[in-house]
Design a protein around this ligand. Structure first.
Ligand code: ADP
Ligand code: MG
Length: 348
């Protein structure tokens, strides 16, 4: 169905209770994924990406966290759903792949048993088909000796093979949405590419939606259709891959692009973004928090900014207006980006 959203998150907030105090980790997050779309959620470590993924999976501990707003998953509201409701949705509607497959797999159970167990939770695949389906799934994720691997334990496999097994488990119940949280970060570069290709192939073959979480814009360029850039628990920019890579607006997006070794073609020297992501206690979400890390934007960093990004061009949203004044300094002079400045002045 055209325009139908698989995942539709609106105004999502997550607060954590830390040492008796409630602190905001996600603030006013709007994101959506359509069937067949790969949305990359990017940002440095500590930006809140995994916090968002966990909210979609309904995995935040209700005693230590508050999730607010609305997260619609294929027509089901996740915010406020009971654990029983979530158990039915997890696996069946949404599957998840984590950064570290070893910690997500049971070390004492054979691979085949673990894949079968993931099917036992739901009645989607008939019990008598579980063995056969396990072999099929292992083939589907590119494992050439599925019978052998099904009979092995996680520690007997390489990191790349374990990630393939995780993907098999994530898709076992044919979910419509796959969340991959830094799925290749722990792998060697050559294996990274294979795993990304695999995710992309499965996505295309089944026409499912993918929320791909990564700090690596090279991964985004290789895999995604659209991009959401998260900083300090807020979305600062979102748009299509073309829009984000060709006309990055927000200072954070532009800094991330500049700091990416595989994408930085403008400089011989690798750019390092100064400063660090603030801790939750330091986050004042009424401001554009990244500007604190831009030495020459002290004044702008103190100004209040509307929560929601505004539309710069169709489908391309950016938070605040500071981007109009942002230029790299100290030797990192912008090249070929002046047009953005000028176009921005005339944009609503
Ligand atoms: P990312 O995945 O982008 O690296 P996270 O979502 O893991 O970022 O973390 C965002 C912020 O929330 C960090 O400051 C982190 O310390 C904090 N955080 C994440 N999970 C919890 C939790 N369960 N309890 C308290 N703080 C948390
Ligand atoms: Mg994370």
């Amino acid at each position: 169905m055209i325009g139908k959203k698989l995942l539709d998150a609106k105004n999502v907030g997550v607060d954590f209770r830390i040492n008796g105090e409630w602190l905001t980790a996600l603030y006013n997050v709007d994101l959506s994924v359509k069937p067949g779309e790969v949305l990359a959620l990017v940002g440095e470590s500590g930006s809140g990406k995994s916090t968002f993924a966990m909210a979609v999976m309904g995995l935040h501990n209700p005693n230590q966290s508050h999730v607010t707003g609305s997260i619609m998953l294929d027509g089901h509201e996740i915010v406020g759903a009971t654990e029983k409701e979530m158990e039915e949705l997890r696996g069946a509607k949404v599957g998840m792949i984590f950064q570290d497959p070893l910690s997500a797999l049971n070390p004492l159970m054979k691979i085949g048993e673990q894949i079968e167990e993931s099917m036992d939770v739901h009645d989607i695949i008939p019990k008598e088909k579980h063995k056969e389906r396990t072999i099929e799934l292992l083939q589907e994720v590119g494992i050439t000796k599925p019978e052998l691997v099904a009979d092995q334990f996680p520690h007997e496999l390489s990191g790349g093979m374990r990630q393939r097994v995780m993907i098999a488990i994530a898709i076992a119940n044919e979910p419509d949405l796959l969340i991959a949280d830094e799925p290749t970060t722990a792998l060697d570069v050559t294996i990274q590419s294979q795993i990304l290709d695999l995710i992309k192939n499965i996505q295309a073959k089944k026409n499912i939606g993918v929320l791909l979480i990564t700090h690596d814009l090279g991964v985004v360029a290789q895999t995604a259709d659209s991009v959401a850039v998260m900083y300090a628990g807020q979305i600062v920019e979102r748009g299509s891959v073309e829009q984000i890579f060709q006309t990055p607006l927000h200072p954070y997006t532009r800094s991330l692009l500049r700091a990416n070794p595989s994408l930085d073609t403008l400089n011989d020297q690798l750019y390092v973004i100064p400063g660090i992501v603030p801790s939750l206690a330091e986050m004042d979400h009424s401001r554009d928090l990244f500007l604190e890390r831009v030495p020459w934007m002290e004044k702008e960093a103190k100004e209040a900014v509307p929560d929601q990004p505004v539309e710069y061009e169709k489908g391309h949203f950016v938070r605040g207006t500071a981007w109009k004044k942002f230029k790299f300094q100290d030797g990192y002079v912008e090249k070929g980006r002046q047009d953005i400045q000028e176009k921005g002045e005339t944009a609503k």
